[in-house]
Design a protein around this ligand. Sequence first.
Ligand code: URA
Length: 273
Amino acid sequence: MTPERAPIARELLAFYLEAGVDCALSDEPVNWLAEDLAAAEQPAAKPVQFRTANVAPPPQRILAEPAPPPDAAIASAREIAPTAASLQDLRTLLEGFDGCALKATATRLVFADGNPQARIMFVGEAPGRDEDLEGLPFVGRSGKLLDLMMASIGLDRTSAYIANIIPWRPPGNRDPSPQETQICLPFIRRQIELVDPDILVCLGKPSSQAVLDVKDGIMKTRGKWIEYTTGTRKIRAMATFHPAYLLRQPIYKRLTWQDLRAIKRALGAAKPD
Ligand code: URA
């Protein structure tokens, strides 16, 4: 029998990428298999070490202190987010906030893109790999589609403001946990209040459920106007499909187009104060 050839480096990298391993957390590779073998050779009574204890996080990502328990982090976020007097203040607060463990694995904060004076604000879920590298929301494939969606109703990043509920990339693009969402929610609420748009658009189910506080999925929620209270006034909000979902399910572009036309009409109708 011919022995199987060993996979070449490119094949291994492709395998890792498909498995969601697309960023390095430490400078030196760690041979986990060697560690498993060493652990197996230990006398049975010895406790097995928790793997991550041996991995030194990259220096720039060490949190000042370990992230607090979720309840304390949520309480702290609710206390400090409303104190931001400007968007720059809010960014600075987030940069110093260690309550969300995602900060430790993300490369950088992804705060916002676009025009803070815009009358329309789009809110997505969380940055992906491209956003994490660039520090700007929606710059990858789904961002390109969002640009096209905006262009179809005469908008671009000079006339719209774009942010996410979660400003740090979840590792491997996993879904943010409910606790992570609750921890970050006071910050995006304050960001909406400071931008003070006339129209708010939530992209996808996680954004609409968290920001608009609705229980239904996107199929039921999309395309309907919902009143959103910014803290200082009531504005019109709408949920529509997330561009990443549209890349997988292009059939829903038709419904999205209806939502976009309704948004365009509302922008025409809503006059700035
Ligand atoms: N998906 C999001 O929800 N936000 C981004 O910034 C990019 C992809």
